[in-house]
Design a protein. Structure first.
Length: 204
C-alpha cells in the first residue's frame, strides 16, 4: 500500500490557486491545460442551448478574460475550479441569450436557466465584471487628460502595487499637488457618470 504523505496531496485550494494564478500570470502551459480540460464541455453546453461552436469559443475567451481581471483584484473562490469555470460559462451564455433577445421557442436547459441562485462565486464574478465594463464605458466619455490620469491611478508596478502619486505626477509632467487634485475631480466625474446609468443600480 502506498502511504503518500499528506503534505503531497493536492487539495481543491491547491488546484484553484494553480488555475487562477496561471490565468493571472498568463501562463501559456496552464491556459493550454484549461483549454484541453474544459473546451469540449463548454462547446457541448453552448450548442445544447441554442448556440454554435464559435459562440462557445467566444464564451470561453470572455470567461478567461473575466477571471484574469478579477484575479488581479484578489479573486478567491469557495468551490472547485471546474465547477466555478463551467458555471461562469453558463452565466455568460445566459447573458448573451438575454442580450440577443432569443426567441421563446429556443430551448434553454433548466439547469442553465436556474444557475443564478446556484453559485455565489460566479454571480460575484459576473457582477464585478459587468461593473468594470460599465466603468470603462463611462471612462471613455471623459476628456483625454482625465482618462489618462485615472488609467495611471489603476496601473500597478512589477510588484503588483499601485503606482505612487509621485510617479504618476512625473509621468504626466505635473506637480504632485495638481495631480492629486485633478485625479479627485476626474474620479468624482467618473463616479457621477456611472451612478447615473440605470445599470449601476441593477448590479448592486
Amino acid at each position: 500500500m502506498n502511504n503518500q504523505p499528506f503534505n503531497n496531496i493536492k487539495t481543491d485550494n491547491d488546484t484553484n490557486n494553480h488555475f487562477i494564478s496561471g490565468i493571472k500570470e498568463n501562463n501559456s502551459a496552464i491556459l493550454k491545460e484549461i483549454y484541453a480540460t474544459f473546451s469540449q464541455q463548454v462547446v457541448k453546453l453552448i450548442v445544447h442551448n441554442g448556440g454554435q461552436e464559435q459562440d462557445a469559443k467566444d464564451v470561453f475567451q470572455d470567461v478567461l478574460i473575466s477571471i484574469y481581471r478579477q484575479a488581479h483584484n484578489g479573486l478567491k473562490i469557495n468551490c472547485q475550479f471546474s465547477t466555478f469555470f463551467m458555471m461562469a460559462c453558463k452565466r455568460r451564455w445566459i447573458n448573451v441569450l438575454n442580450s440577443k433577445y432569443i426567441s421563446k421557442t429556443t430551448k434553454v436547459d433548466d439547469s442553465l436557466s436556474n444557475i443564478l441562485s446556484i453559485n455565489d462565486d460566479v454571480n460575484q464574478l459576473y457582477i464585478m465584471d459587468e461593473k468594470m465594463n460599465l466603468v470603462n464605458e463611462k471612462l471613455k466619455m471623459l476628456d483625454p487628460s482625465c482618462k489618462e490620469i485615472i488609467e495611471y491611478s489603476w496601473e500597478k508596478d512589477e510588484q503588483g502595487k499601485y503606482l505612487s502619486w509621485n510617479i504618476i505626477a512625473e509621468k504626466l509632467n505635473m506637480s504632485y499637488g495638481y495631480t492629486r487634485k485633478k485625479a479627485a475631480e476626474c474620479k468624482k466625474r467618473l463616479i457621477e457618470l456611472t451612478q447615473k446609468d440605470h445599470r449601476y443600480f441593477e448590479l448592486k
